[in-house]
Design a protein around this ligand. Structure first.
Ligand SMILES: Cc1cc2nc3c(=O)[nH]c(=O)nc-3n(C[C@H](O)[C@H](O)[C@H](O)COP(=O)(O)O)c2cc1C
Length: 379
């Protein structure tokens, strides 16, 4: 039974022409759980089936590499050639078996934050990334065009596999956000310079996808709106990007920010850590409020520290966002939307400790807090 106070959260809404049964989105989450070298296997299918059973309206996949040089580790999903398609099709079929659950793929490249035994990281400009100690190689304009085509090809494969929409990962210091940030893009050619020029790569990928895909297939984006570092992307410019992307036709924007540099240069790490009070929840609310008035038909997916269904409902009711998305809370409780829908509206059990984020460095992602609590109960 849906409580009246959550009526918007559990009402349907569209992104492009795709109807989503409720306003709850699973924000892209890399679970480090494919078979070796990026092939979908039973483990990943079970993770997504569990999310689908748990009542999420739209699941966005973990970042999926468009190029072998843009992978983060051997257990990250890839779609840079056709050999990955059979596994991806199985995963989509498993999710679609649950009534009305939609699934988007997030396509990505690690860019400047890459750390690969075989491939040196690449980026718009050679700016040292202190966490790996590597300075990426500056791409030529021709190489950028080749990578744009790889994003388009991966998007085309996603469509052919049966995904309901595609999301570009343009946040957190990865390849596409390297272009939009003035801290990492020092180019003076057509891919660098003012805001419009630094947005060119996103516009080119969007136009390439639009040419290849069915005209109303939704194309969405997770967008860096603030770097939180000196000389990085400011929110003022983040708002400009959102305007540009909404105007060219992106169907939804999920504003985000921070990344590897912010982890060492700023007090705002990513994802935000140790949310101890309700005031610290919903930590991108300010960015969302600034962006929403400029979006027209483009939907806004609010993300970051959302744990309480009552405040989620308020964000939707006050028209700050059209959807809310969750990552860490769904690692702890993949059935959280069902729990809320069935009347238990206590906040997510996730304590935002980032333990799950740390497990990602070594093996399959899991919730450390949940595991500890379960171990305590069995003692
Ligand atoms: C284990 C883990 C993996 C993540 N993987 C991705 C990813 O593949 N792509 C992405 O855009 N964000 C990724 N994120 C960030 C989340 O999507 C989300 O933006 C962030 O955790 C804040 O939302 P939350 O407070 O609901 O967790 C990841 C976060 C975690 C904890």
């Amino acid at each position: 039974m849906i409580k009246l106070e959550l009526e918007t959260l559990f009402s349907p809404e569209k992104i492009g022409n795709i109807q989503i049964k409720n306003r709850i989105v699973r924000s892209a989450t890399h679970m480090r759980s494919t078979e070796k070298y990026g092939y979908v296997g039973d483990k990943l299918i079970e993770i997504y089936s569990e999310l689908a059973r748990g009542g999420t309206g739209l699941i966005i996949s973990g970042f999926t590499a468009v190029d072998p040089g843009g992978t983060a580790n051997p257990y990250q999903a890839c779609l840079y050639d056709d050999s990955f398609m059979p596994g991806q099709k199985k995963l989509i079929k498993a999710v679609h078996e649950y009534a009305d659950v939609k699934i988007a793929i997030q396509i990505a490249h690690t860019g400047r934050q890459g750390y690969h035994p075989k491939y040196h990281p690449v980026a718009p400009s050679p700016v040292l990334f202190k966490i790996t100690g590597l300075t990426p190689r500056e791409l030529t304009a021709n190489e950028i065009e080749t990578l744009i085509q790889k994003f388009v090809d991966a998007g085309k494969r996603s469509y052919e596999c049966g995904y309901d929409m595609v999301q570009l990962h343009a946040a957190h210091g990865y390849f596409l956000s390297n272009f939009i940030s003035p801290y990492t893009n020092k180019r003076t050619d057509e891919y660098g310079g003012d805001t419009q020029k630094r947005a060119k790569i996103l516009i080119d990928i969007y136009n390439g996808l639009r040419d290849e895909l069915e005209s109303n297939f939704p194309i969405i984006i997770k967008l860096q709106t603030e770097d939180f570092i000196p000389n990085g992307l400011s929110l003022e410019e983040g708002v400009e990007y959102a305007k540009i992307l909404s105007e060219i036709g992106f169907d939804a924007i999920e504003p985000s920010g921070g990344g590897g540099d912010a982890q060492i240069l700023s007090k705002k790490p990513y994802p935000s850590l140790n949310i101890k009070s309700p005031e610290e929840e919903n930590y991108f609310l300010h960015n969302n409020k600034r962006i929403k008035p400029f979006l027209n038909k483009c939907k806004l997916i609010a993300m970051g520290g959302i744990k309480n269904p009552i405040s989620a409902e308020r964000i939707l009711k006050e028209n700050i966002a059209d959807f809310i998305s969750l990552s860490r809370p769904l690692i702890y409780e993949p059935d959280l939307p069902k729990r809320w829908q069935n009347g238990d509206i206590s906040p997510a059990k996730c304590i935002s400790c980032n333990g799950c984020y740390m497990t990602m460095m070594q093996g399959p992602v899991y919730c450390v807090t949940k595991k500890k609590r379960e171990e305590k109960m069995t003692k």
